[in-house]
Each structure stands twice: as structure tokens, then as C-alpha cells.
Design a protein around this ligand. Structure first.
Ligand SMILES: Cc1cc2nc3c(=O)[nH]c(=O)nc-3n(C[C@H](O)[C@H](O)[C@H](O)COP(=O)(O)OP(=O)(O)OC[C@H]3O[C@@H](n4cnc5c(N)ncnc54)[C@H](O)[C@@H]3O)c2cc1C
Length: 302
């Protein structure tokens, strides 16, 4: 436990936040690995400002955990407190073709809420697990759709100033699995402009995409999606496959036979197993192609 201050913890409750010491990150991440971490669950986003100010006063480092579907956390206890925004009942609010979605909301569920209002544009993202906040940070994308270009504005708590600001699209940058948010920004909500599209058409497309995902990805196993980014013009999955690495195993971690850019935690693996497998892949790809693979997954090590 790195936060040990009962008075501060009691104060937090009054602001709409709740302290959960020594949580196993393996239970919060889709890879099913990660050691202990202190967590603060934020039920009311107004609590973000005083909570972060309190952590700063006490010299306690902090980070943000969304749905945990793109995080590879080390096995050792994490020396930072993780803030986690809790979903609420009014996470998706419509005003004509504009929708405001809380960062805590599930991305897939938000796509479907928009579809029910005959609003399209996001349907390519339906199978991307995790939260809207995580999708903004990662500029999540699939099947030719990325969240970035749909954004009109984002409400962000800025770690640098301790102030919440509304950032409009012109001041934001989104690239392949990358956004221009500062590392200590906390996205609170996003406003998107979406085009009209009949529900029936959206659903038809969603069904097609779900089929494609099911047939090409190991969705029943623990993973974080693609473990590496694709270098410009190249497919990492294809390169790994061509080197015959599908099925390669270290401890409980295996390169998926279904999709070579997925590492799955099949046999109660540890983060160390996954790190070791990542190193092997990077070395072999570098030797064969002279390419330095960059992890797509966010690595949390002390
Ligand atoms: C089976 C599977 C398939 C996947 N397919 C895809 C795919 O097709 N396309 C794709 O892009 N990704 C894919 N992913 C990866 C992952 O789902 C996305 O990156 C997702 O957007 C991460 O969201 P999250 O809420 O889980 O973020 P987390 O994993 O919790 O966090 C990821 C990063 O975002 C930060 N973060 C989270 N919330 C906030 C916030 N509110 N404010 C500031 N920072 C925040 C975290 O600090 C961390 O740095 C897949 C993952 C799995 C398991």
C-alpha cells in the first residue's frame, strides 16, 4: 500500500471517490496479469481535482486505469495509485447529431446507444473493448475507423495545472494509436458529431465485423489485442507468422495461433512470461527484417 492516510481516504468519500488498497491488477486487466496496486474509484468526476491535489500534496504518484484492455502491468506491486472512473447512469447524452459520452463508459455500448438513435460513424469500433477514455488516449481504431476524427471536443482534467478544460478538435492531435494528450491528462468526457445512419444498416455492418473478429482473433482467451504496432506499410502479424512463431510459448504466455500479433495468457502466465515473449519476438523480427517493433500495449513497470 503506497497511500496510507486514513484522514485523506475519509475526505475522498465525501467527494465521491473510494479508496481500494492492494488490488490485484490481474483482476482488472484483460491479460489477467499484474501485481498489487492501490486504486481510487471516482464515482463523481468533480472528485478528480481534489483527489489529484491531495495525492500531489502527499507526493504520491498516480496514473489512470480504464477498462484495462490495453495495459501490461508488471508482477511487482505498482508504486503509483491508479484512478479509475466508474461508469454512471447518464454516460451517453444526445443533442441531435451530437453525443456527449463519459470517459468511463464502455466504447462498445456507446456505439450501440448511438446506433439506437440512428447515429453512425462509430460502428467500426464496436468490437474494441474498454472505455471511451482509453479509446481517446490510444486513438482506438478498427476496420478503417478511428475515434480521433469523430471528436468535436474533450473535457480534460489537466494534471499539469490541476484545472479541467474543454479542448476542441483543432487543438487535439490523433495519429495511429497515439493522441496528443499529456501523460497526466485525465479525459472526463468527449463530444462527438455523428452522421445519420439507419439502425438496420449499422446493425448489418456490426454483425459482419463481429464475424470477422471472431474468425480472426482469439476472443475467448486473455489478451490485450495486438501487442505490437504495425510499422509503416508492414503487418506485424504477418511478419511474426512468416517466421513460424505462432504457438511459441514462454511459461503461460503463448503467441496466438489465430492471430500472430496477439499474445494470449493461456496457462496462468505472469507479466514476466509476457515480457520475455515480447523480447524474443522483437529480437527475431529485428534480425530478420531490421525493424524495431514498438509495443501497442501500455507497459506499467515501476
Ligand atoms: C480482444 C481485444 C481486441 C482489441 N482490439 C482492438 C482494436 O481493434 N483496435 C484498437 O485500437 N484496440 C484494440 N484493443 C486494445 C484496447 O481495447 C484499446 O486500446 C482500448 O481503447 C483501451 O481502452 P481501456 O479503457 O481498456 O484502456 P486501458 O487499457 O485501461 O488504458 C490504456 C491507456 O489509456 C489510459 N487511459 C484510460 N482511460 C483514461 C482516461 N479517462 N484519461 C486518461 N487516460 C486514460 C491509461 O492510463 C493507459 O495509458 C483490443 C483489446 C483486446 C483485449
Amino acid at each position: 500500500m503506497i497511500l496510507n492516510d486514513p484522514e485523506f481516504v475519509e475526505q475522498m468519500e465525501g467527494w465521491g471517490a473510494c479508496f481500494l488498497p492492494d488490488q490485484r491488477l490481474s483482476e482488472y486487466t484483460s491479460l489477467g496479469v499484474g501485481g498489487l496496486a492501490d486504486m481510487i474509484v471516482i464515482r463523481d468526476t468533480e472528485a478528480v481535482e481534489p483527489v489529484v491535489a491531495g495525492l500531489r500534496e502527499r507526493g504520491v504518484p498516480w496514473g489512470v486505469l480504464g477498462g484495462g484492455t490495453n495495459v501490461l502491468a508488471a508482477d511487482e506491486p505498482l508504486k503509483r495509485v491508479l484512478l479509475h472512473l466508474a461508469p454512471g447512469p447518464r454516460d451517453v447524452v444526445f443533442d441531435g447529431n451530437t453525443v456527449r459520452i463519459s470517459a468511463a463508459a464502455s466504447l462498445g455500448r456507446s456505439v450501440m446507444e448511438c446506433a439506437k438513435r440512428n447515429l453512425g460513424g462509430m460502428e467500426g469500433l464496436v468490437g474494441v473493448p474498454g472505455s471511451v477514455g482509453g479509446a481517446l488516449r490510444m486513438n482506438a481504431g478498427a476496420y478503417g475507423t478511428e475515434i480521433g476524427p469523430l471528436v468535436r471536443s474533450v473535457r480534460v482534467f489537466r494534471g499539469a495545472t490541476g484545472i479541467t478544460e474543454k479542448l476542441t478538435a483543432s487543438s487535439l492531435g490523433f495519429k495511429y494509436r497515439k493522441s496528443s494528450f499529456a501523460p497526466d491528462d485525465i479525459m472526463l468526457s468527449v463530444t462527438l458529431d455523428l452522421p445519420d445512419k439507419p439502425f438496420s444498416q449499422i446493425i448489418e455492418y456490426v454483425k459482419q465485423l463481429n464475424k470477422r473478429r471472431l474468425s480472426s482473433q482469439p476472443l475467448k482467451e486473455k489478451s490485450a489485442g495486438c501487442i505490437f504496432k504495425n510499422p509503416p506499410g508492414l503487418s506485424t502479424g504477418k511478419m511474426i507468422d512468416e517466421l513460424g512463431m505462432k504457438g511459441l510459448r514462454v511459461g503461460g504466455a503463448v503467441i496466438s495461433e489465430r492471430h500472430a500479433n496477439f499474445i494470449v495468457n493461456r496457462f496462468d502466465g505472469t507479466a514476466s512470461d509476457i515480457f520475455a515473449l515480447i523480447d524474443i519476438v522483437r529480437q527475431r523480427i529485428h534480425k530478420a527484417h531490421g525493424v524495431e517493433l514498438e509495443p501497442e500495449v501500455i507497459i506499467w513497470k515501476n
